[in-house]
Design a binder for this molecule. Structure first.
Ligand code: UN1
Length: 498
């Protein structure tokens, strides 16, 4: 056995080994010879223990005044801020995205934690008049209990924080299963909670596979909310598993996000936006720009401009500050990207740059692929329809603004969209008519801020939103409270007509 560092599960305030006695490896996708550590290959017994701890902790955590819970979250945010550089470096090593982006990821978790800490002194309900005399009406938020979180690898600490912080401030307790590619970032989040005094059992982490850990986390009878970010395919399974017992589920799934470029757009700006949207995070964002719809009058010019720039994107190890795009997260993801490149060619799209794995020298140590652009993409092609989750951008031509809006909506997904135009009427019309959860004007499809709702329409989501106060609706239920201080029986809707 190697001398690799062993990371444990975090259950009831303690770091513990899995009952399975087994571990799995976490390697650097930019250099697979680098082993970051061994993590617990957990099973249902571990999940049951974590959920029992969370259920027990819930009894007292729900009664801690929300401002006190908020104070604890402020300390957790301060801790994350103090450790930001280390956390970000470790994230780049386990996930591959460039260091500027992992700093952004960590910052998103810090922002979310401060934001939800502040909610501790709000969690606003409403008071409203009663239809009867001497009666007082109000609404209060009540927590639900134990929440199970299944989180992805593309935002290894931000997305866990989007789920955890609103759940905690509302008074719930949680169990999280991080993606097997990025467990170290969630270990860092757990450590911050442990060091800043979040009581034992309030936050728990169990690492391992979807089938051995994720499934029991969803099925367990004491779990009240399941929040999942990942593919629409898996989200559908989660949704169906939750349905029989009416367990709440919050699902954040696929995207096939579009950037529209009109003939009056500032083309340099639109190219900057498309490159960042398509190739930032190696295209591995659910908000990534994977479709570009460009007006016919600027189509050829735009393609020349973007292809040249994409060709010169510096790909490499994300710890090198000058690198602009890191590797794919793992071999499977690389193979998916290469498969879609072949599909694009077979379907008749024209490849104008990229299209292959990067090899030679340090590239051979990791899962690197060139930023790839297809033009002449049509609406019947698979690269137009299917989420790729990699650095592959498809460009299609539109004849008019109306055409562009129709094409933007031609997808089963509805996460993010953007339009580049100088015409305010077109911008507002697109804002109204493109049916997504997030919309940008003269900005790329990525880059959501933590104090606005995050999520999508159609097969991207199931009606919930993460982040902002919208997240509180996932992790609390309304209770309407009526206090009658008249001293007599007053019957609503019946006898108040006198
Ligand atoms: C995701 O890809 O799942 O808006 C989240 C953005 C980021 C979050 C992306 N703030 O691109």
């Amino acid at each position: 056995m190697s001398d690799a560092k062993i990371y444990k599960n975090f259950i009831n305030g303690k770091w513990v080994e899995s009952k399975s006695g087994e571990t799995f490896e976490n390697r650097n996708p930019a250099d697979t010879s680098e082993l970051l550590g061994l993590f617990q290959k957990s099973n249902e017994d571990d999940v049951n223990e974590a959920i029992a701890a969370a259920a027990e902790a819930y009894k007292s955590w729900r009664l801690v005044p929300a401002p006190k819970r908020g104070e604890m979250l402020y300390r957790v945010a301060n801790r994350l801020l103090a450790d930001k550089e280390r956390i970000s470096q470790e994230m780049t090593k386990e996930m591959g995205k460039i260091i500027k982006e992992t700093r952004g990821d960590t910052q998103e978790a810090i922002d979310m934690t401060y934001y939800m800490a502040g909610e501790g002194r709000r969690l606003l309900g409403m008071t409203t008049p009663s239809e009867m005399m001497s009666k007082f009406n109000m609404t209060i938020r009540q927590p639900l209990g134990v929440c199970s979180f299944i989180t992805p690898w593309n935002f290894p600490i931000a997305i866990p924080s989007w789920k955890m912080m609103p759940a905690l401030i509302c008074g719930n307790t949680i169990v999280i299963k991080p993606a097997t590619d990025t467990p170290l970032s969630v270990v860092n989040l757990m450590k911050a909670c442990e060091e800043e005094g979040i009581p034992p059992g309030v936050v728990n982490m169990v690492t391992g596979s979807g089938s051995k850990v994720g499934t029991p986390m969803i099925m367990h009878g004491d779990v009240k909310v399941v929040s999942f970010t990942g593919s629409t395919e898996v989200g559908r399974i989660v949704s169906e598993a939750c349905a029989p017992n009416f367990k709440h589920s919050c699902l954040e799934m696929g995207g096939k996000n579009v950037q529209i470029v009109m003939d009056d757009a500032k083309l340099e700006l639109a190219v900057d936006g498309a490159l960042w949207g398509a190739f930032g995070t190696t295209g591995q964002r659910c908000t990534a720009t994977s479709r570009l719809v460009v007006h016919k009058d600027v189509y050829n010019k735009f393609i020349d401009m973007i292809a040249e720039r994409a060709e010169n994107i510096k790909v490499g190890n994300g710890l090198d500050e000058s690198v602009e795009m890191g590797p794919c997260v793992n071999e499977d993801q690389l193979n998916t990207v290469l498969k879609y490149i072949e599909i694009g060619k077979t379907d008749g799209a024209k490849m104008v740059c990229g299209g292959e794995r990067l090899t030679g020298g340090d590239y051979d140590k990791g899962f690197f692929v060139k930023p790839t652009i297809f033009t002449d993409v049509t609406q019947d092609m698979r690269i137009w329809k299917e989420e790729i989750f990699g650095p592959v951008l498809g460009i299609a031509k539109c004849n008019s603004f109306e055409d562009a809006v129709e094409m933007a909506n031609d997808t089963i997904y509805g996460l993010s969209a953007s339009i580049y135009t100088q015409d305010i009427n077109k911008a507002y019309t697109a804002m109204r008519d493109v049916y997504t959860g997030i919309f940008y004007v003269n900005a790329p499809t990525i880059g959501a801020e933590t104090h606005l709702p995050f999520g999508g329409t159609k097969e991207t989501g199931n009606g919930h939103r993460e982040a902002a106060t919208a997240a509180l609706d996932v992790y609390s239920e309304w209770k309407s409270v009526y206090v009658d201080y008249s001293g007599v029986l007053q019957r609503a809707q019946i006898d108040n007509a006198e």
